[in-house]
Design a binder for this molecule. Structure first.
Ligand SMILES: Cc1ncc(COP(=O)(O)O)c(C=O)c1O
Length: 463
C-alpha cells in the first residue's frame, strides 16, 4: 500500500509541546548557548562543522566528556548527562573511550602517527578486511566520502563510462555525483545547490530504490560506470530492499557491464561483515567508513579480484624500476597512516567483534520493541524498523519502499519535536530523521531510558 501523509498529532499540540521543550532546552543548556554564540565569530556556521548546526533547540549542546568508564554516555558543559544513541552518526559506533582504542592511539602516537609508509599492523588489517567482508583487495582513505569518490574514479577508469547511478534519497558523503534526487522523473540537484554549475544529468542517473524496471532502463543506456548504493537505505528514512531487489540489481549490473559499489558506511550495523556478508551480496567494490577506526577519520574500499585485475590493467600494480604516479586521484597523504591502521586493528580485533554485535543487536531489538509497545498502547499509526544495531521510529504505518514514500509520509515538525523532547530527557538520537544506533558499550540502562522517554513522548502526543 502507498503510504500517505496524515498528521497523526494535531499541529496545535505539536507546536505547544515544541514551545515548552524549546523553553526547557534554553533553560538547561545556557552554557552551550553561550559557546555557540561565541562560535559565530570564527566558524562559518557557528561550530566547526556545518553538520553541527543540524541539532534542534537553537544551538548544539557542547560536550564536556564521555562518562567513564567506557560506554555510550556523556555529559555536556551544562552538566546534563545523555544516553548516546547518535554515536556521532556512526563515527562513535565503538562507544566512547574504549580501552583498546585509547591504548592503540596512545601507543602509536608515541612512535609515529603519519609517515606515509606502512607499519606491521597493515598486514593484519588488510587480511582482516578481506576475511570479514569477502573482497580480496583494499585501499584506505580518510573518509567514506573519499572512498566513494575513489570507487567512482576507478569505475570510470575501467569502464570508460561517465555516469554514476544512485537511488533517490541517497547520501554517500560529499560526492558530487550523489547529490542528486529524482524530481518529476528527472535528475535534479539536491537542495538546488549550484543547480547550473554541475552537469548532473550527464554525470548522474537517479532512480527510486526498489524500482527494477527504472533501474533496467537506466542501465541499458550503456553509459553508467557504476551503481553506488547502500544495501538498505539509511539516509532519508530507513528503507529496506524489497525481496529480490538485490538479485535484480546484481543481475542487471552484470548484464550491462556496470560495476556495483556497495556502501556499507551505515549498514555495517547489520553485523560484523555488514549487510553484504549477512545477505551474501557480491559487490565489485565495497565501502566502509566512519566506525572502522574508533572515531578517528578513516575509511576503506575493497575490490573483487576481477575488478582489481581491470584496475591493474590501467594502473599497473608493480614496477621494479619505474616510479608510479602519485596523482592517481585516490588515497591521499593521510590515508592509511600508522595511527589509523593501529586503531583499526584494535577495533577489528577487540571492539566490533561478533560477540559485540550479538549484544548490540539484542539491545537494538529492545529499542524497537519498546518503541512498538508504546505506539501500540497509544494506537498510533507509527512503527519502528531495525537494521541490526540501528533502529528508526517512523511516523507512518507502512514501511516506505523509496524516497517518494518517505517524502509523502514525513512529519518534519513531529521529528524535530521528538529530537528535542528526547534531548531534554537525556537521550540523544541521530539528528537525521529518527535514527538510533547501539554500540558495544550500550547497556540495558540506556535502552530503558530511551524507552521510558519515548513512552512519555507518545502519551503527550496523544494528549
Ligand atoms: C552511506 C554513507 N556513505 C558515506 C557517508 C560519508 O561519510 P563521511 O562524512 O565520513 O565521509 C555517509 C555519511 O553519513 C553515509 O551515510
Amino acid at each position: 500500500m502507498t503510504p500517505t501523509f496524515e498528521p497523526t498529532v494535531p499541529r496545535e499540540r505539536v507546536q505547544a509541546l515544541m514551545q515548552a521543550e524549546q523553553a526547557r532546552y534554553a533553560r538547561t543548556h545556557a552554557r552551550s548557548g553561550e559557546r555557540f554564540a561565541q562560535g559565530q565569530q570564527a566558524w562559518l556556521y557557528g561550530a566547526p562543522s556545518h553538520w553541527m548546526r543540524r541539532w534542534i533547540g537553537g544551538w548544539p549542546l557542547y560536550v564536556q566528556d564521555a562518562q567513564l568508564p567506557y560506554g555510550a554516555r556523556f555529559v555536556d558543559v551544562d552538566g546534563n548527562g545523555y544516553a548516546d544513541f547518535c554515536l556521532g552518526d556512526t563515527g562513535g559506533m565503538c562507544g566512547h573511550g574504549h580501552p583498546a582504542v585509547v591504548e592503540a592511539l596512545a601507543r602509536q602516537a608515541r612512535v609515529g602517527s603519519s609517515l606515509m609508509l606502512p607499519t606491521d599492523d597493515a598486514a593484519w588489517v588488510g587480511e582482516e578486511l578481506s576475511r570479514r567482508f569477502g573482497l580480496p583487495y583494499w585501499n584506505l582513505t580518510t573518509s567514506a566520502s573519499d572512498a566513494n569518490r575513489a570507487c567512482i574514479r576507478l569505475a570510470r577508469m575501467v569502464t570508460g563510462r561517465p555516469r554514476v547511478l544512485v537511488f533517490s534519497g541517497c547520501y554517500h558523503g560529499s560526492v558530487e555525483e550523489a547529490h542528486v534526487e529524482l524530481r518529476d522523473g528527472a535528475v535534479a540537484m539536491r537542495n538546488d545547490i549550484h543547480p547550473n554549475g554541475f552537469p548532473h544529468d550527464q554525470l548522474s542517473a537517479v532512480v527510486e530504490f526498489n524500482d527494477v524496471p527504472a533501474l533496467e532502463r537506466a542501465l541499458r543506456a550503456g553509459d553508467v560506470a557504476c551503481v553506488l548504493a547502500e544495501p538498505a537505505m539509511t539516509n532519508y528514512g530507513m528503507i529496506a530492499p524489497a525481496p529480490g531487489f538485490h538479485d535484480a540489481l546484481r543481475r542487471l549490473t552484470r548484464e550491462t557491464g556496470t560495476l556495483l559499489v556497495i556502501d556499507e558506511t551505515h549498514t555495517i550495523s547489520s553485523g560484523p561483515g555488514g549487510y553484504t556478508r549477512q545477505h551474501g551480496l557480491e559487490p565489485d567494490m565495497f565501502v566502509i567508513g566512519k566506525a572502522i577506526a574508533g572515531g578517528i577519520p578513516a575509511a576503506a574500499f575493497g575490490l573483487s579480484a576481477e575488478t582489481a585485475e581491470r584496475v591493474w590493467q590501467v594502473l599497473p600494480k608493480l614496477h621494479p624500476t619505474k616510479r608510479q604516479s602519485a596523482h592517481a586521484g585516490f588515497g591521499g597523504t593521510l590515508a592509511g597512516n600508522a595511527l589509523t591502521v593501529a586503531v583499526m586493528r584494535a577495533v577489528l580485533s577487540q571492539v566490533l567483534t561478533p560477540e559485540a554485535f550479538d549484544r548490540m543487536l539484542l539491545l537494538a531489538q529492545g529499542l524497537a520493541e519498546g518503541v512498538n509497545a508504546s505506539i501500540a498502547a497509544a494506537g498510533l499509526p507509527w512503527h519502528a524498523t531495525q537494521v541490526g544495531a540501528r533502529v528508526e521510529t517512523l511516523f507512518c504505518a507502512d514501511a516506505p519502499r523509496n524516497a517518494s514514500d518517505v517524502r509523502r509520509t514525513r512529519d518534519g515538525e513531529l521529528e524535530a519535536l521528538l529530537h528535542l523532547y528526547m534531548m531534554n530527557r537525556g537521550v540523544l538520537i541521530t539528528p537525521f530523521h529518527n535514527m538510533m544506533l547501539c554500540c558495544p558499550g550500550t547497556t540495558e540502562r540506556e535502552v530503558d531510558e530511551h524507552n521510558a522517554a519515548f513512552a512519555e513522548f507518545v502519551r503527550e502526543c496523544k494528549g
